[in-house]
Every structure is written in C-alpha cells, then in structure tokens.
Design a protein around this ligand. Sequence first.
Ligand code: ATP
Ligand code: MG
Length: 387
Amino acid sequence: MDIIYLIKIGEIILKLGNRREFEDRLRYDLKRRLSGIPARIEISVGRYFLHTGEEHAPAVELILSRTPGVNGFAKAFKREKNMDEIAAAAVLAAREASDGGASSFKVESRRSDKSFPLDSYAISAAVGEIILEKVPALRVDVRNPDVVINVEIRDKAFIYGRVQVGQKGLPVGVSGKGLLLLSGGIDSPVAGWMMAKRGLSIEALYFHAYPYTSDEALGKVKRLAELVADYAGEVKLHVASFTEVQLAIKKRADESRTTLYMRGAMMRVAHRVAAMSGAHSIITGESLGQVASQTAENLRFTGSFTDLAILRPLVGIDKEDTIRMAKAIGTYETSILPFEDCCVLFSPRHPILKAVLDEERKAYDAMELDPLLDETILSMLTFRYGF
Ligand code: ATP
Ligand code: MG
C-alpha cells in the first residue's frame, strides 16, 4: 500500500444535504469495482483516499476514471509533517509533471492542522523555491500554470500534482434504477452512459427479431451492455424476442404505421419490465427529429404507453456530438459493426411523421397485441455484465 489516490468528489452534492448517501454509495460502488485488487478506501472529512500498491496503479486509475461521482483524482504522496519530507515529495510530483510535458507550475497549500508551524503562504513559498532549484525545466506561473503542486497539511502531509479528470456526475444508484432500451446502434449506449452518470443504476432491454436480426446483432448488443457496465458498474441485459410482435404488426397495421406501432409496443413491454425490475424510468437514445419515429408527435405517441419518466438524454444533441461521445467512451467501434438491429422488412417507405394520438392509439389497440407481448415477456432471457 505504497501509493494513495486522493479522490475528488462532487462538491455541489455535498451541499445538498444528502452527503451521507452519496458517500456510502460511492464507497460501496468503488469497493465492488475494485474487488480483486488489493486496495483500501478511507473517507475523512469529505475526502476519499484510496491506498494501493504501485503495481496496481494502472488498473486502479482505469477504474477511477470510469466511476460516476468521481470528479477527479490524483496520485498523492503521504508524508510526515515536516518541511524536508514535504519538499522532497513536491519535487517528485513536479518532476512527474515536467516529464509529462508541463513547463510551468505554482504551489498551493492548505493547512487544516493549524498547529503546523508555517502558514499556507509560507509553505508554498518554501516548496516553490526548492522545486525551482531541483527541477530547472519548470518555471513559476501563478496565473495559468500547467500544473498545480498541492500541499495539504492534515493528520499527515499530502502532496500531489497532476489531477486526472473523472466522469463527474453522481454515484451510480443514488437516483434509483433506469431501464435502458438498448439497440445495437450508436445512440442508446451513449444515453445509458449519460444516465449512469446522473446516478441511475442501469438495467437494459433489447428487442431481438430472430431470424430477421442475426445472432451477430445480439452479440453486438451484449458487447455494448458490457461496455456500458464499464461506467455503470453492472448491467443486467434482458433480451426479448420480438419476431412474432413485428410480424403481427406488419400484418395488421397500415404500412406507414409499422415502425411507430413497433415503438409503441416496445414501450409497453419496457413499462412492464421496468415494473418488474424496480426501475422508475425508461431511457432511450432518441433525439428530436433524427428519424421519422422521433418527431415530437411520434414521441408523444410512444410515450403514451408508460407513465414512468422517459429519459431521453440525447433529445437535443446533434448526431456528430453523440458520435464524439461514443468514441470517447469506447462504444462507437462496436456500434458501427454492420449487423442491423432492425430489418428493412419492417421499415415503411413513407412513415407517418405526425401521429394524432387518439387516432393512432385506437388503431394500435385494434391490433390486440397484448397476448403476444405477454409471450415476449415470459420468454425473456437475462444476462449480467460488469463487476
Ligand atoms: P440507436 O442508435 O440507439 O439505435 P437510432 O438513432 O438508430 O438509435 P432508432 O433505431 O429509431 O434510433 O431507435 C430509437 C431508440 O429506441 C433507440 O435509441 C433505443 O433506445 C430504442 N430502440 C430501438 N430499437 C431497439 C431494440 N431493438 N431494442 C431495444 N431498444 C431499441
Ligand atoms: Mg437504431
């Protein structure tokens, strides 16, 4: 246990009065993610410290960088509270930063132990002078430094330089559970990741239409669930067989309505699966106007099949930006694999753009899909990813 990570967590939330829950959740979540790695988490006055061995640093850093609720983290040196030790550690941190490309620095000190003989200003001045002497490649820039060398005097002295950014957001679970409608596309994995960062634990539901959608398409969705779990911690994936439902819609509905009604049927099933799994919201990758089924009128129709909150984090996001996010979180390459999640067979040539709710609900109800939806739910398969 020779290194310590100093973990910065969402300061704003701490002010909202649910600090305790936030802390408990994050600690529990981190423990599960770190299982198998010798590491110890310590919380003291709102600060998280993670003790581990140098050989585990890469694995620990990967986990910290993907855990919602972690704003940032820094590898810190823990030292006795005397200026020689503090300065020596500050030189190490400064050298690491310089090797990493920094050319300017400043020192910031905080002293919660007021019995320490130097005040924070004097600590910074002394440490800064030694860094200038020992790391000649660095110069001081108090306004816009490449790296801030931090010195914190608590029960011990903590010295750290570079802060790596985290996911920010809220720890998974503080907002309850959301059911993610996960397709094999680009959007829905991104939507799941975004909502995991808002504190939702994620359960996923995929509608499979074998043989119209291939086993490779299912494999792709499983892989995407696993990738979302890198951030959400754990993802249970339900796979519902939708072939019979789709065939029935194709047979019973006007061609221009097939996609719209399929979305409605999906939402109906999602509503029931959410109820079974304790989810209070349904998450989709829909974006306003992106395709015919995503006009405001059609979203209203789809939304009429549930009274749960429908969370559409991409509703106002441009596709380009979604793609950028998908690349950043590592789902893009899998999403663009060429196995379609939906079949041309079911795509109308002229889909309806502005559903009139009452009319379309009447026509939808006349299809009497409920027995088929019951079947779908009864035959669902469940897989688990993460942790
Ligand atoms: P995505 O890239 O997420 O597939 P998309 O832009 O292709 O989205 P649609 O295919 O119209 O848009 O799907 C809209 C949303 O409906 C998806 O983001 C997803 O949440 C849900 N969805 C679509 N198809 C399925 C499916 N087969 N199983 C589960 N959810 C689905
Ligand atoms: Mg799609």
